[in-house]
Design a binder for this molecule. Structure first.
Ligand code: C2E
Ligand code: MG
Ligand code: MG
Ligand code: MG
Length: 293
């Protein structure tokens, strides 16, 4: 029986591996078609300044309109895009499309501070990121401060530190602001704050999630905020879903907040509507509720 089970398990694993291999090939092929067939779309999620209540930035988040599967979220395809190198081409599209939208919003009179663009380490390792960004800024007559790059720290980035540091320094010399995404998780470490040219860190949502009731999350978050400020950097918290979390972050003087409480990732027309509604800053109602805590 054990033997039978063992064989079953073996058969199960290999079919699972086959299935995932096939899935990867399907995603890779699909992504190539997506680039040509305009199946990619950027959603935008507001980032709100804690003091003024103004929307200071929008984070561009990729979505894929798959012809059969419908709307596909990035976690289902960014990994494959990174492994196959397709992320460079996709990333260039994100930069171009994002900058175009930033220009349109400016032309419509919105004082949007910056567009937050996610870049994966593979894009930094490949040549051409600086050129792609410089070109898109120029094409859309945007000041370089109009872009903030969210960089996630991975093993491959650490393995190529001299090169990564050089690329990020060049971008920063252009005036582009550099942010570390998902800070406190994965391969991000405190020593990086000394090595990389960084303007902003984003506290990962795993710390924000338990802020209301977990004293460890509170201590870590408070420490990250004060350390960031001591180093002269800005700090953003992501994944803010409740008034309690917002209240804690406000008390700790977090600069900028982002999350479902303030707005989910939105289509261009929805995001534009939010910009119109919040021209005068965030509704006072929320600020009042926070003060009452
Ligand atoms: P990320 O950069 O850490 O983005 C934050 C994720 O949290 C987004 O998921 C966002 O929709 C989600 N989120 C926002 N507010 C909340 C909240 O209040 N609660 C919770 N639970 N989640 C919230 P999304 O859009 O599925 O993106 C997933 C990841 O895919 C991103 O993580 C980023 O690493 C990657 N990604 C997305 N767009 C791009 C892109 O254009 N280029 C690259 N290289 N990566 C991208
Ligand atoms: Mg991000
Ligand atoms: Mg994150
Ligand atoms: Mg991430």
């Amino acid at each position: 029986r054990a033997k039978q089970q063992g064989r079953k398990t073996h058969a199960f694993y290999s079919s699972e591996i086959m299935a995932s291999a096939v899935e990867r090939v399907l995603i890779e092929r699909g992504l190539r078609e997506a680039l040509i067939g305009q199946q990619l779309e950027l959603y935008y999620q507001p980032q709100v300044d804690m003091v003024s209540g103004h929307i200071v930035g929008m984070e561009a988040l990729l979505r894929w309109h798959h012809p059969e599967r419908g709307l596909v979220q990035p976690d289902a395809f960014i990994g494959v895009a990174e492994e196959t190198g397709l992320i460079s081409e996709i990333g260039r599209w994100v930069i171009q499309q994002g900058c175009r939208q930033a220009r349109l919003w400016r032309e419509q009179g919105f004082t949007l501070g910056y567009l937050w663009i996610n870049v994966s380490p593979r894009q930094i390792l490949h040549n051409g990121l600086e050129d792609a960004i410089a070109q898109s800024l120029k094409d859309n007559q945007l000041p370089s401060g109009a872009i903030q790059l969210g960089v996630e720290i991975t093993e491959s980035l650490l393995q190529s530190m001299p090169h990564s540091t050089e690329v990020l320094s060049k971008l920063r010399a252009l005036g582009v602001r550099i942010a570390i995404d998902d800070f406190g998780t994965g391969f991000s470490s405190l020593s990086l704050l000394k090595q990389l040219p960084i303007d902003v860190i984003k506290i990962d949502k795993m710390f924000v999630r338990h802020l209301a009731f977990d004293s460890d999350s509170q201590a870590i978050t408070a420490a990250m905020i004060s350390m960031t400020h001591t180093l002269g950097m800005g700090v953003v918290a992501e994944g803010v879903e409740t008034i309690e979390q917002l209240g804690f972050l406000r008390e700790q003087r977090c600069d900028v907040v982002q999350g479902f409480l303030l707005g989910a990732p939105l289509t261009v027309s929805q995001a534009t509507q939010v910009l119109i509604e919040h021209r005068e800053g965030w509704p006072n109602q929320q600020a009042k509720q926070t003060e009452q805590l």
